[in-house]
Design a protein around this ligand. Structure first.
Ligand SMILES: Cc1ncc(COP(=O)(O)O)c(C=O)c1O
Length: 361
């Protein structure tokens, strides 16, 4: 028998969105759309693609392990210093690095009831203990999270906006939680969908870092910048925290194409603006259609919407798949009669609505 670490046996495999090619193969379809992984429907930043193309010629060389240029660009963009930044192979990697750096077995990690699965994965990997806090009106309950803090709490993960709910924790709620955060615990504000949030009460979390709080802000190039395939995300935190997390990092964790493309994409305001506009327009269209169909949904601050379909999400998923539309079932998040749909291009949204209407008829 293999002598495996017990923590490994507690890990459930990640359930990714179904890839387009797989659906085409399995169902013999030629025209398939994917509104399942909150990807950018406009495609990658053209400037990012061009920069990555040029970087292909240097693939014989190792990437810059320090991500110097990308950190310089982010530093100017965010108004923090380069040593307050860590870049990862996606923000997924930074989540794992946080767990590897701070969790002893049995240490506690506070997460919300409906949340991004990587927090659970990273916690379990390190043998940490999950403390799961019920949602309140489809929002993460930060007051209850604060009450759940013990002397074993090391990390608190708040998806802001939360995936899969799409809702945000407002500044006031984050401020109150921070007021109760002990010195040896860290609040992780996962802002993978930061660029899409429009609520005026959405906190400007980099200010927490500047104020020296125990906060790690996570952001990514996978969503609004359209570079999910390259894998590049980052964490913003005070130098003391960055220095510690960096010890657990692989020397060349971010590939050279990702670094170069991310620098260019960060300066591509046109693509970012267009991505935000497509999202806002898609959101209004989908809200109007859900209203027309009598379906309730959770208003979103991100690029996806949770909509209540009133029946098994797996059934609806399968039926939509037959029509060449890939979405995400709510049941993987513990919300069985909801589906999560990423906001797409106008024609994709229309096709999704037409298919959904037929499936629910
Ligand atoms: C809340 C949240 N955090 C992090 C990530 C991971 O992003 P990345 O592609 O940067 O690893 C995702 C991706 O879906 C997400 O939804």
């Amino acid at each position: 028998m293999m002598k495996v670490r017990e923590a490994i046996l507690g890990i459930k495999p990640y359930v990714p969105g179904k890839p387009i090619e797989e659906v085409k193969r399995e169902l013999g379809l030629s025209d398939v759309i994917k509104l399942a992984s909150n990807e950018n429907p406009l495609g990658p930043s053209p400037r990012g693609v061009e920069a990555a193309g040029k970087a292909l010629e240097s693939l014989n060389l190792y990437p810059d392990g320090a991500c110097f240029e990308l950190k310089e660009a982010l530093s100017a963009h965010l108004g923090v210093s380069s040593d307050e930044l860590i870049v990862g192979n996606g923000s997924d990697e930074v989540i794992k690095l946080l767990a590897e750096t701070f969790l002893h077995p049995e240490d506690e990690v506070i997460i919300g009831q409906y949340t991004f699965s990587e927090y659970e994965f990273a916690t379990r990997l390190m043998g940490g203990k999950l403390v799961v806090i019920d949602a309140l009106d489809w929002h993460e309950n930060l007051a209850a999270m604060a009450e759940a803090i013990t002397d074993k709490t090391r990390l608190i993960f708040v998806g802001n906006p939360n995936n899969p709910l799409g809702t945000i924790a407002k500044k006031e709620a984050v401020d109150s939680l921070l007021a109760k955060l002990p010195q040896d615990a860290i609040l992780v504000l996962d802002e993978a969908y930061y660029e899409y949030a429009t609520d005026p009460d959405y906190p400007q979390s980099v200010d927490y870092v500047k104020a020296g709080k125990n906060v790690v802000v996570l952001r990514t190039f996978s969503k609004a910048y359209g570079l999910a395939g390259l894998r590049v995300g980052y964490g913003i935190a005070k130098k003391e925290i960055i220095d510690l997390i960096s010890r657990a990092r692989e020397p060349f964790n971010v590939n050279s194409l990702a670094q170069t493309a991310a620098v260019a994409a960060l300066g591509d305001e046109e693509h970012l603006g267009a991505s935000q506009r497509v999202n806002e327009e898609g959101k209004s269209y989908l809200y109007a259609q859900f209203d027309r169909l009598g379906l309730s949904y959770i208003p979103t601050e991100a690029n996806f919407i949770m909509v209540q379909v009133g029946r098994s999400s797996r059934e609806v998923f399968q039926a939509l798949l037959q029509k060449g539309v890939i979405i995400r079932t709510g049941n993987i998040f513990g919300l069985d009669n909801f589906i999560r749909v990423s906001i797409g291009l106008p024609e994709e949204n229309q096709r999704f609505i037409a298919a959904l209407e037929e499936v629910l008829a």
